[in-house]
Design a protein around this ligand. Structure first.
Ligand SMILES: [Zn+2]
Length: 442
């Protein structure tokens, strides 16, 4: 079994709502797990252990991205300053009709490389041609929960094919890949279609990852069609009987809180997308107060532009303070608890991810703290939330394997990926009138 010793780092973890910052620590990794943590020089280390000097670096749990469309990096910058309806119907859905499986493979590699550079070691991804995304994850070395997004109009046969995808990739890549089902949203499916998804999910013993209640208009539309909120549609179609990852949920109705709290649900929160699309913000504190975990997410790079959870941590704090007109709301410890622990709960990995402690999986990001914006270091935790950027991530480890060291990617070829993406751009940027993969209801 491979043994790795991270030597002399500072370490940040959150336990029972308290932030623990420990200077000058060693982390011993055995195989894929953290074996021991202690003050530098205090651990008994097998002499064959590989040593990784981390003097001055800050170790945090590998960041968890609870909702993304990773290959959308292929369209980054193509839909700016437009309404949500136009974003979907004039840009995203037409552009996505250009995608081939091979495009998705290279787009996934680009997005995964960007995430490794940003200290992200886990992503819940919701997209198409997911065999190619799974292949990319397998090569990149991250951990991922993957779903093949499916629309109601694509029919039961297409849904059955996504079931085959779940079976094909479940538990692969040394256990780094898990697979669920991914009906796109209540507004792009029907209750009957969702009922069938829930049936398959129960059968497969997997969860469901779905967009819900992103705008007030979507909620009103659901009332018009079905006489109930989108969350109640999920309840009545049986979706909430299985673990459910809800992307966004900005507009829950009063009864939705209890429905979600009574079921195995978690929410993915992507503040940069909400700010860019002028969507408002989710009632994060209220969700958490009734026991619904809320993790951080980047969403896709066409609404967010970066796949960067550090940036989401900062925006989470700022948007919640702003929405409440109260600077004491969303303190640093709560931001960290959400990013680390809630993130792990949302993707059903609590107890093995989201903290640095013995027995947890060895998913770790090490950040430099030597930029002037990180000095002085009275409060390294405040520096992390309010000053750090993805550029400060120095070294990334996932499942005990070093994926980046001194900002050099070890599993992926950054230049090759850029070349492969570059030669696809002209074709991918075409929008043919009337050709789109789905329609957003206006
Ligand atoms: Zn999304």
């Amino acid at each position: 079994m491979q043994t790795l010793l991270i030597e002399g780092c500072d370490l940040l973890t959150v336990e029972n709502g308290n932030v623990r910052f420990l200077p000058h620590q060693d982390i011993l990794i055995e195989g894929t797990y953290i074996k021991a943590i202690g003050p530098t020089g205090s651990l008994s280390v097998p002499k064959e252990a590989t040593r990784l000097s981390a003097q001055g670096l800050l170790a945090i749990p590998g960041l968890i991205n609870t909702h993304a469309h990773v290959p959308m990096v292929l369209f980054r910058g193509l839909a700016e300053d437009v309404t949500i309806e136009s974003w979907f119907n004039d840009y995203i859905f037409p552009l996505e009709s250009n995608l081939t499986p091979e495009d998705v493979y290279w787009g996934a590699l680009l997005g995964l490389a960007e995430m490794i550079e940003a200290g992200i070691t886990y992503v819940a991804d919701h997209y198409f041609f997911m065999d190619e995304v799974a292949q990319a994850v397998s090569e990149a070395g991250l951990r991922a929960n993957l779903v093949w997004a499916v629309f109601g109009h694509e029919g039961e046969q297409k849904l059955a094919r996504t079931v085959e995808f779940v079976k094909r990739w479940q538990g692969t890549a040394e256990g780094r890949i898990t697979t669920w089902l991914g009906p796109h949203a209540p507004y792009t499916t029907t209750p009957d279609f969702l009922r069938l998804c829930a049936h398959y999910a129960r059968d497969l013993d997997v969860g469901i990852h779905i967009h819900v209640s992103e705008t007030a208009a979507q909620v009103a539309h659901s009332h018009q069609l079905y006489g109930m909120s989108p969350v109640r549609v999920l309840l009545e179609s049986g979706v909430l009987e299985v673990p459910t990852l809800l992307a966004h949920c900005l507009y829950p109705e009063e009864e939705d809180y209890k429905i979600l709290a009574d079921h195995p649900t978690g929410i993915a929160h992507a503040p940069k997308t909400y700010l860019k699309l002028g969507m408002g913000t989710a009632p994060v504190s209220r969700f958490r107060s009734v026991g619904i975990p809320v993790g951080l997410a980047t969403d896709g790079a066409v609404s967010n532009n970066t796949l960067d959870i550090l940036e989401q941590m900062r925006l989470l704090a700022l948007t919640q303070k702003d929405a409440a007109h109260d600077s004491t709301v969303m303190p640093i410890a709560e931001v960290l608890a959400m990013a680390f622990l809630d993130g792990a709960r949302v993707v059903r990995q609590d107890g093995v991810l989201g903290a640095l402690k013995p027995g947890f999986l060895a998913d770790i990001a090490l950040l430099r703290q030597d930029r002037l914006a990180m000095f002085p270091r009275y409060n390294p935790v405040a520096n992390l939330i309010y000053s750090a950027s993805a550029q400060d991530v120095d070294t990334v480890i996932c499942n005990g394997q070093v994926l980046m060291q001194n900002r050099r990617l070890l599993t992926l070829d950054r230049e090759r990926i850029k070349e492969e993406v570059q030669r696809r751009l002209e074709r991918l940027n075409q929008r043919v009138p009337g050709r789109r993969i789905a329609t957003y209801p206006v």
